[in-house]
Design a protein around this ligand. Structure first.
Ligand code: PEP
Ligand code: MN
Length: 305
C-alpha cells in the first residue's frame, strides 16, 4: 500500500492536512473540540420509542454527549432487517425473511427517526445516524444533527457529493481495508467541495488473524497518532463496539484508543444487550457503560482533557 508522500501533501491532500487550521464542527449546540473527550452512545438500531427514550435518558445521565442510533442498517445478510420488525412489540407479526421495498423502508425509517429526534430533544442530546444513500438525505435531514458514513460507504461519491451540500456535520468511518492515505483522500473530496465539518472514526482494520471471535477488526492505535500528526485539525473518534464485536473487549479497547489520542468514542449501549435487535454481541449495558465512562474520565484527566 502506498504511503502518504510529500507529493500527496502538496497536491492530493493539501486541505485536510493543513496545520494551524481551526476546524469548526458543531453538532446541535455542542461544539466539538480536541481539548475534551466526547462520547457518542446508543443502540445499534432504534427498536421502539420506549427503547430509545430509556437509552437516551441513561446514557445522558452517565455522561454521553451525543445519542447515536442506526435506522437504515447496512446488513451483511438480507434477512432480519430491523425496519421490517414491528416497533410496537408485536413480534408475532414479524417475518424475518421479508424484504422491504424502498418505500416501505423509508416509511419505517422515518417513524424511527422521529423517535430518535424526540429522544434527543427530550434529553438534550444531539443525534447521529447512518445514511446509506443520497436519496435518503432530504428525509433524514429533518431528523438528525449529524450523519454517519459507515465503513462500507467510505468512498461513495454520491453520498460525498450530496452531504457536501448540507450544513450538518459528518462522521466518516474508515473501511477496515482502506489506508489512511485513502481516508485522507475522502476527506479531501469533502474539503474540495467546501465541506469542512467532518470527523473521522477509526473502527479497526482487517489483518490475517482478524475476523474471528477473539480478534475481529483491530483498532489501529497507530492510525490515531498518525491522523493527529497529518490532519491535526480533524477530530478522531474510535469505535470499540464494531471493531471488537465482543462486549467483553469493548472497555479495554475504548480506553486504549483514548489514551492514544482519540478525541471521542462511539459505543453501542443497550439496557438488555443480549436482546438487542442488531449487534447483540457488542452492546454493553448501563452498568458497564457507567464503569467505562468513569475510567475514561480518569484517562482524560491524565491527558489534560
Ligand atoms: C454502526 O455504526 O452501527 C455500523 C453498522 O458500523 P460499521 O459501518 O462500522 O459496521
Ligand atoms: Mn451496530
Amino acid at each position: 500500500m502506498k504511503d502518504i508522500s510529500a507529493d500527496d501533501l502538496e497536491n492530493n491532500i493539501p486541505l485536510v492536512t493543513r496545520k494551524n487550521y481551526q476546524r469548526k464542527v458543531t453538532i446541535g449546540d455542542i461544539e466539538l473540540s480536541k481539548e475534551k473527550i466526547t462520547i457518542m452512545a446508543g443502540p445499534c438500531t432504534v427498536e421502539s420509542k420506549a427503547q430509545i427514550m430509556d437509552i437516551a435518558k441513561n446514557v445522558k445521565e452517565l455522561g454521553a454527549k451525543i445519542l447515536r442510533a442506526g435506522v437504515f442498517k447496512p446488513l451483511t445478510f438480507p434477512y432480519g432487517d430491523p425496519l421490517a420488525r414491528p416497533d410496537d412489540g408485536k413480534n408475532e407479526l414479524w417475518d424475518p425473511k421479508k424484504i422491504l421495498s424502498r418505500e416501505e423502508q423509508d416509511k419505517a425509517a422515518e417513524i424511527r427517526l422521529g423517535y430518535l429526534k424526540e429522544a434527543g430533544a427530550k434529553y438534550n442530546l444531539p443525534v447521529i445516524s447512518e445514511i446509506l444513500c443520497a436519496d435518503s438525505l432530504e428525509m433524514m435531514i429533518e431528523y438528525v444533527d449529524m450523519f454517519q458514513i459507515g465503513y462500507r460507504h467510505m468512498f461513495n461519491m454520491d453520498l460525498i457529493e450530496a452531504l457536501s451540500g448540507t450544513d450538518k456535520p459528518i462522521m466518516i468511518k474508515r473501511h477496515y481495508g482502506e489506508s489512511l492515505r485513502s481516508l485522507l483522500g475522502v476527506a479531501e473530496h469533502f474539503e474540495a467541495r467546501g465541506k469542512h465539518n467532518f470527523v473521522f472514526c477509526e473502527r479497526g482494520i482487517a489483518v490475517p488473524h482478524t475476523h474471528n471471535p477473539n480478534s475481529r477488526a483491530v483498532i489501529d492505535i497507530q492510525a490515531i497518532a498518525v491522523l493527529n500528526e497529518y490532519a491535526p485539525s480533524v477530530l478522531i473518534f474510535a469505535d470499540p463496539s464494531h471493531s471488537t464485536f465482543r462486549r467483553r473487549y469493548v472497555p479495554a479497547i475504548a480506553k486504549a484508543a483514548i489514551a492514544a489520542g482519540a478525541d471521542g468514542l462511539l459505543v453501542e449501549v443497550h439496557f438488555d444487550p443480549d436482546r438487542a435487535w442488531v449487534d447483540p454481541l457488542n452492546a454493553i449495558n448501563y452498568g458497564e457503560f457507567d464503569k467505562l465512562m468513569k475510567e475514561i474520565k480518569g484517562i482524560a484527566k491524565v491527558l489534560g482533557k
